[in-house]
Design a protein around this ligand. Structure first.
Ligand SMILES: NC(=O)c1ccc[n+]([C@@H]2O[C@H](COP(=O)([O-])OP(=O)(O)OC[C@H]3O[C@@H](n4cnc5c(N)ncnc54)[C@H](OP(=O)(O)O)[C@@H]3O)[C@@H](O)[C@H]2O)c1
Length: 246
């Protein structure tokens, strides 16, 4: 098993892509810190599933946009598991709003949730990783941060910041710690639940694959990046070919 006895902390792992990544890392032998902001019941369910697989898991409720809660998240993780080998900065949420309605508060909130959180978590993880001179950080960005999604402009802007952050942090933490990002396209999670059939058809018609990306397909890329010791500072796009069509 590729990640036997590694400790992986995945922010936002009670649902969607994060949940799928937690299960896939556990299948590969890892122990996992599950994190969520509100739905601790769902987080506990993921932790239980991992324990039933013979791995260890700890569910910690913490809002990663709050630096004090991030400190507690890492303190409790370190107390329980001793260290963190792999950090996946996955938590995030896009809130649509027309450009002319966006307020200062909207900007701050979206940046706190979709970018500042990654900086706070990476600081705490890197302190632990530097002690052991090894580790991997994977940021979950979005094709929006690379192409510009007009209806979710604040999210788009925050995820653009993830590109520069990933590249700069890769330089700061080299040579022993890798830092990469995965930029998902249209991935079938609850985020898209409100789409009508027509909207879904139109959306998927913009891809080459003509189908949803499944959360497990993003998780597979995370499994690859966490172990690819000579890949760092990269943004790996998983979009079913969407970016070739625009
Ligand atoms: N789905 C897509 O098409 C797509 C495309 C591009 C990028 N992404 C990115 O992929 C990541 C995962 O998305 P998803 O579709 O899997 O979403 P999801 O199913 O809604 O899951 C989001 C997870 O993040 C947690 N979370 C949100 N904000 C948090 C915070 N501040 N602190 C701690 N946990 C928080 C949620 O916990 P609670 O439920 O407890 O709040 C939940 O576990 C996000 O960063 C998203 O922007 C998704």
């Amino acid at each position: 098993m590729k990640y036997n006895d590694h400790v992986v902390l995945i922010t936002g792992s009670s649902s969607g892509i994060g949940k799928e990544a937690a299960i896939k890392f556990a299948i590969e032998g890892a122990n996992v810190v599950i994190n969520c902001r509100t739905d601790v019941g769902e987080g506990e369910k993921v932790a239980k599933q991992i324990k039933q697989m013979g791995r260890n898991a700890l569910c910690i409720k913490a809002d990663v946009s709050d630096p004090n809660q991030v400190k507690r998240l890492f303190q409790e993780s370190e107390e329980y598991f001793g260290t963190i080998d792999i950090l996946i900065n996955n938590a995030g949420l896009a809130t649509p709003k027309p450009f002319f309605d966006i307020t200062r508060r909207d900007l701050i909130k979206e940046f706190e949730e979709n970018f500042f959180s990654m900086v706070y978590c990476s600081q705490e993880a890197a302190k632990l990783m530097k002690k052991r001179k090894s580790g991997s950080i994977i940021n979950v960005s979005s094709i929006c941060g690379l192409t510009g999604c007009t209806s979710i402009l604040t999210f788009t802007s925050a995820r653009s910041a993830v590109t520069g952050f990933t590249k700069a942090l890769a330089k700061i933490l080299a040579p022993n710690i890798t830092v990469n990002a995965v930029a998902p396209g249209f991935t079938k999670t609850r985020f898209w639940d409100k789409q009508s059939q027509k909207e879904e058809k139109n959306l998927l018609a913009t891809t080459l694959s003509r189908r949803w990306i499944m959360p497990g397909e993003i998780a597979d890329v995370m499994l690859y990046l966490a172990g690819a010791k000579n890949v760092t500072g990269q943004i790996l796009v998983v979009d079913g070919g969407y970016m070739t069509t625009i």
